[in-house]
Design a protein. Sequence first.
Length: 212
Amino acid sequence: MSIWFSISLLGILAVIPFHFLSVEHSKLEGKYGADKGEKIGSILGMISGWGIFVFLIGLWISPQPQFLVPILQNIIFITPLLGLLVLQTPLVHLLVGIVFLMPGALFGIKGVTEIGLKESETHRPDKVITTGLYSRMRHPQYTGAILSHVGITFILSSFYSLLVTPLVIVVNYILCWKEEKELVREFGEEYEHYKKTVPMFIPRIRQTDKQQ
């Protein structure tokens, strides 16, 4: 296992405490005051959010063995990257990757645009968002991260990245669990009701009449 992959994997684990602290809004404001506590929480949120994003990229592109799905393995898709590199991907890997990456990117981007970039970075919503994509799943950005991880892993045929996919899913679940614990503390029954009616990761296809 390469040093860069190890650093990326440990980096993801290392930023979890930063994320935990960033969503403890009441605790930070009680300890440092409203303004300073909010600033500290925002900084910690940006460190954890961008940190996980950067270290995920590290998992994908670090030097590592490639895996191969033994179906149509002789059909290779070749494309230049930035005029410097040439990506050679088995067609099956490319197709599977696109199936995961396209909805993953959609969920991630749409999740950010609907809640706002600032709230996404700092994990400090002003209210419970229950419209749009958030009426179908509670954490579209984390769902997008998981799907995108699987998609890019297949496109790049990254063996170690594939092996740690269960850990990536667990980490995203832990982050959601902590966020929701604090959201219940801040919004009470409103968020409890939201949890009961909207799935965490798997989008609900149909909406109830009340939400339509």
